[in-house]
Ligand binder design. Structure first.
Ligand SMILES: Cc1ncc(COP(=O)(O)O)c(C=O)c1O
Length: 382
């Protein structure tokens, strides 16, 4: 099956023994009755452990990443925390790329550090040697494209280096989605998603996922999914599956609009710099071209305007809403330093390049002429 067919049919095959529904039903029951205390009915016991609707989604997510195993969690951060708790122990080190969603960095800094797990961040966009690192990282964690600077990291090259020193590579694939990038094919060990974003796509349901081909790792993750209990509810599993059915057409439209907006911004005098991996002058455009099938729908840019003018520009927008999150059908704009990345201290943000004049735009699938007009009017009114 090709991508769009899998997005629609995997996990939702009609059950001809019952009613033949073409849409997988929402199984709300938290518990499953059995005739024999030693034999669970059809394998289900309790919804935290497994649930037919969540399983349908997990199967769909795995198939879209061309992977063997998928697990769904209550949010992207719940998936991340479960993964970290399953893999790490006291004394372990995480090596993370320097540009990451603020909430992920917050888990490293404020949640797992107190259990004796350390982390350090490095710019992994250029060739770096991992062999001299002391202590050797147990886990390498990257986003590519990254949030919010759209940095691109060569997954195949980093996978080889990670495995050489006995580390695992985790790739957060939220920005690219499985439609534009399959990191497991390039050798990484686990893929993470915030399905809250493009995967569900309508800004109406939270969710997260881990996907892997490694059976031993999957068993560990599955154990922790149940033991920690941060699972996705049956209703949210249904909502996520509903969104996935249009993932391919949405991603094509997001990208088409994002390219137009990146080009438009490049020509505005108020714009200092545009970050979009589809632009030929992007630092790792060639790597993006090699490992991605498309460049996605997020465009970041810096403005050469003072704070008051930036606020006026944002207030002048009519369709593009000022708000956190990304990946929905509606366009959303934000200032990372004040919003999604505010939990990172200013000195570190400035070092990362997440400066106070940086804007992140999640380009929706509205008509592109309206979006350009919206930006044009907002610039015109400052
Ligand atoms: C790249 C990335 N990973 C993970 C997350 C966390 O996901 P969630 O908000 O679903 O917990 C986000 C949220 O913005 C994100 O942008």
């Amino acid at each position: 099956m090709k991508f769009s067919t899998k997005a629609i049919h995997t996990g939702e095959e009609p059950n001809y023994e019952i009613n033949g529904e073409v849409v997988s039903p929402i199984h709300l029951s938290t518990t499953f009755a059995r005739r024999d205390p030693e034999v669970p009915a059809k394998g289900y016991e309790y919804t935290r452990t497994s649930n037919p609707t969540r399983e349908a989604l997990e199967k769909k997510l795995a198939s879209l990443e061309e992977a063997r195993f998928g697990l769904a969690f209550a949010s992207g951060l719940a998936a991340e925390t479960s993964l970290l708790l399953s893999l790490l122990k006291k004394g372990d080190m995480i090596l993370a790329s320097d540009d990451l969603y603020g909430g992920t960095r917050r888990i490293f800094e404020s949640v797992i550090k107190k259990f004796g797990v350390e982390y350090r961040t490095v710019d992994l966009t250029s060739e770096v040697s991992l062999e001299s690192l002391e202590p050797e990282p147990r886990l390498i964690w990257i986003e590519t494209p990254s949030n919010p600077l759209l940095k691109i990291i060569d997954i195949a090259s980093l996978s080889r280096k990670a495995h050489k020193i006995g580390s695992m590579l985790v790739v957060d694939n939220t920005f690219a989605t499985p439609y534009f990038q399959n990191p497991l094919k390039f050798g990484c060990d686990v893929v993470i998603h915030s399905t809250t974003k493009y995967v569900s796509g309508h800004s109406d349901t939270l969710g997260g996922a881990t996907v892997t081909n490694n059976e031993e790792l999957f068993e560990k993750l599955k154990f922790h999914q149940n033991a920690v209990g941060a699972v996705l509810s049956p209703f949210d599993s249904y909502m996520t599956m509903r969104g996935i059915k249009t993932l391919s057409i949405r991603m094509r439209e997001h990208e088409k609009n994002a390219i137009r907006i990146a080009e438009y911004l490049t020509n505005r005098s108020e714009v200092e710099r545009v970050y979009y991996p589809g632009l030929e002058d992007h630092f790792n455009h060639e790597v993006a071209k090699r490992q991605m099938k498309g460049y996605g729908g997020i465009v970041s840019f810096t403005l050469n305007l003072n704070k008051e003018k930036i606020r006026r520009f944002l207030r002048n927008l009519r369709y593009i809403a000022l708000g956190e999150s990304l990946g929905g059908v509606e366009s959303l704009i934000e200032i990372p330093s004040l919003m999604t990345h505010a939990s990172i201290p200013k000195n570190i943000r400035d070092l990362m390049g997440v400066t106070d004049n940086l804007i992140r735009l999640s380009v929706g699938i509205e008509d592109i002429d309206d979006l350009i007009e919206d930006l044009e009017n907002a610039f015109g009114g400052i």
